[in-house]
Design a protein around this ligand. Structure first.
Ligand code: BGC
Length: 716
């Protein structure tokens, strides 16, 4: 049973609607409209209003309601859109913007969890489902994907990221953009897709001590090697807008940073809307980098190149600056064109009321639930299994723990448009799988009646410990929960620990007191069904960690992408390696890898190096394996990293089945940024690792000749 399985690079979709001709047509139309607009009308395009219907009307009358962010009813959305169009000389509609971070009504696993699926296609499908739901509620734009690359799990917003790796985050972010916006110009103009906004530009995750908004300085090299990477992927996929971060670059507040503006406009050639984060004009004033909100507005457009201010009316000050000749009107024209172009792309001029379907806003859509349940099943990581899982339906199972019947916490943060009453709890999911009355259950304190042979203990961090704002100084789980787990283990029952968390937490005590460990993150609305699917074996786990799990807080910040070190110094009191490496995850089956082979050892300029490996399912169940390719540059002019993820692919194998998985590594997989931050391939030896996680030693050497950089993927 041997078949050739060639991986097609996931880049495929440099989206059709990103195509130059289509954008030129949109921009030409936008320029025509802007040519007819007054200064006040143009400045209005740079404002994003919030509040009730009455507040919004007032803001429109004051020339500050070009866009809206507000939790309005569908009826109020219609009402303000009508008001805006009726009272606008050129009948220019507004957009409705929201944080669709992991689902809308049906809450999907948090992004850090869905990234563990390493499943571009399923993530695209799930974001497309979220976009459809958001449209039913009348939204036009989401502040997602969040592509901050975090190496510090103390930072609360790690839950919103796709983990620590720029390649994985970038590929998945492109999939998310395609899901939200669709793949064609017609998709994004339709009533089933929404505009996407990549955030936070740039390096927001570089937090000092893990504290949100307390920035850690980072270098220009880090910008190129790490932070810009996902933006390149998203922009290739047709990304509509970008949000700047609350922090700064090179000691300049992001909103005012010419450096960041140049990365975005000159380096990435991004021509969409670039907006502030929430109320940054006032924040700048408080941080002591602006003398007034008006001055913030002037610096934001003139220095930072910002074209839309989230929530405040600060940009209305620009009218006075233009009149006094202190800000050129061309700058305002340029930003108004970008705003209008975005509205044209979204189809708002043709159909301003098309998004919004009151018949779909009551319950949860069955198709969306099914997609999200599959994604949750691919997001839950099996970290330990002494053979106890999957349980059989003849097991007498006792379900307990603080999250066993919990509806709100398991949704995670950024779930404001979801409803806890829609959540399927772990208890309910287990009862559906085993049959009502077949599962023992005891709420928070485990009484363990029922003659149970197996305990499923659901516990973890409160959801409020992650998200925007909160940082953690310790990464331990709550003491009382760990004590309860120990008590359960001491009863002699087999214990399945199901851990809920918005970040990697320390697991040593959990591992010592359980027979199996499922890392469920915050799985969302279908929580209980997804957990039961895995516990019962209906779904064979295949998730792989998107973030390294440390052994001790002293190890963080932590990533497998460490720079190479000349000698093996390390900790004297803890091991150097993490508890679980990036990319790790078990299955109910096992996979064996052959040694990788280089198929085309001497590529010509621009040609790919084909490497391949045989993967065999050596267990007794069908399973999906995520095959990961890492590259290390053995000798280089700059200090490179231990290894970096360059490709991955999923392969689903029946018991005993073997397949050859091939990867075409372009010269981009071997490129580095030289001392001047110029992308180049330096000739020499590269070690290509192919295996099940980032710690694999299964490798082959590729020798690159002096071929320069010819591939089309430059910069990814
Ligand atoms: C967050 C953004 C979010 C915005 C709107 C800000 O505080 O940093 O990520 O999109 O609020 O809710």
């Amino acid at each position: 049973m041997r078949a050739q399985f060639v991986i097609v690079a996931a880049m495929a979709c440099a989206a059709a609607f990103g195509d130059a001709f289509e954008m030129e047509r949109v921009n030409a139309r936008a320029r025509e409209i802007v040519a007819k607009m007054t200064l006040r009308e143009k400045v209005n395009e740079m404002t994003l209003a919030t509040g009730t219907l009455a507040d919004l009307k007032r803001q429109f009358d004051a020339g500050a309601c070009g866009h809206v962010i507000s939790a309005l009813s569908l009826a109020d959305r219609r009402a303000i859109q009508e008001y805006v169009i009726e009272n606008s000389r050129l009948r220019i509609p507004t957009t409705f913007q929201a944080d669709v971070i992991h689902g809308y009504r049906v809450i999907a696993p948090i992004p850090l969890a869905s990234a563990c699926s390493w499943d571009d296609a399923l993530i695209e499908e799930a974001e497309s489902a979220a976009a459809q739901e958001a449209c039913w509620f009348g939204e036009t734009l989401t502040y997602a994907p969040m592509v901050d690359i975090a190496d510090d799990p103390r930072w609360g917003r790690v839950m919103e990221t796709s983990g620590e790796d720029p390649y994985l985050s970038g590929r998945l972010a492109a999939a998310r953009v395609r899901g939200f916006q669709g793949r064609t110009a017609a998709d994004i103009a339709s009533n089933r897709h929404i505009l996407a906004c990549g955030k936070h530009f740039l390096g927001y995750a570089a937090s000092y001590g893990g504290v949100d908004c307390r920035m850690r300085d980072f270098s220009k090299r880090e910008v190129y090697e790490t932070f810009l990477v996902p933006y390149r992927w998203m922009i290739d996929a047709g990304l509509a807008s970008v949000m700047c971060s609350y922090t700064g670059y090179d000691a300049t507040y992001s909103t005012f940073s010419p450096g960041l503006r140049d990365f975005l406009r000159n380096e990435l050639k991004f021509d969409g809307v670039y907006m502030t984060d929430w109320d940054t004009f006032a924040h700048a004033y408080r941080a002591g980098v602006s003398s007034s909100p008006a001055e913030s507005a002037r610096r934001a457009i003139c220095e930072g190149g910002i074209g839309l201010s989230m929530f405040n009316a600060g940009f209305t000050n620009l009218i006075e600056f233009v009149r006094r000749g202190e800000v050129k009107e061309e700058l305002i024209d340029r930003e108004a064109v970008r705003s209008i172009a975005m509205k044209i792309r979204a189809g708002l001029f043709e159909d301003p009321f098309g998004r919004g379907d009151p018949t779909k806003t009551n319950g949860c859509d069955a198709a969306v639930l099914a997609t999200v349940r599959r994604l949750a099943g691919e997001s839950i990581v099996l970290l330990k299994n002494d053979g106890v899982l999957p349980l059989s339906l003849t097991n007498k199972v006792w379900v307990c723990g603080p999250y066993a019947d919990e509806r709100a916490e398991v949704l995670g943060q950024w779930a404001q448009s979801g409803r806890p009453e829609d959540t399927v709890t772990v208890r309910e999911g287990m009862e559906r799988a085993w049959g009502y009355g077949e599962i023992g259950w005891s709420g928070d304190t485990c009484k363990l009646e029922w003659g149970a042979d197996t305990v499923v203990y659901a516990f973890g961090e409160p959801r409020g410990w992650s998200g925007e704002g909160p940082a953690r100084g310790s990464l331990e789980l709550p003491r009382d929960q760990l004590d309860e787990l120990k008590r359960l283990k001491a009863t002699g029952r087999r214990v399945v620990a199901v851990v809920f968390a918005g970040r990697p937490v320390l697991l040593a005590e959990v591992l010592a007191n359980c027979d199996a460990l499922l890392y469920a993150w915050f799985p969302g609305t279908t929580c209980g069904d997804a957990v039961a699917d895995i516990v019962s074996g209906k779904v064979n786990p295949s998730a792989k960690l998107s973030q390294t799990i440390p052994r001790a807080v002293g190890q963080v910040p932590l990533t497998y992408r460490k720079r190479r070190q000349w000698i093996g110094f390390g900790y004297v009191d803890i091991p150097n390696d993490p508890e679980f490496p990036f990319g790790f995850g078990l299955s109910y089956t096992t996979f064996a890898y052959s040694k990788p082979r280089v198929v085309t050892p001497s590529p010509k300029a621009g040609e790919a190096v084909r490497v391949e490996v045989d993967v065999t399912n050596t267990g007794a169940r069908e399973g999906r394996e995520v095959v990961q390719v890492y590259v290390r540059d053995e000798k280089a002019s700059v200090l490179t990293r231990e290894r970096e993820l360059k490709e991955y692919a999923s392969v689903t194998l029946k018991p005993g089945e073997r397949r050859t998985v091939s990867f075409d590594l372009t010269d981009e997989s071997f490129a580095l940024y030289d001392v001047n931050c110029i992308r180049t391939v330096e000739p020499g030896d590269f070690t290509v690792f192919i295996g099940p996680d980032s710690s694999t030693t299964n490798s082959v050497t590729v020798h690159m000749k002096d071929i320069g950089l010819g591939a089309s993927r430059a910069g990814h």
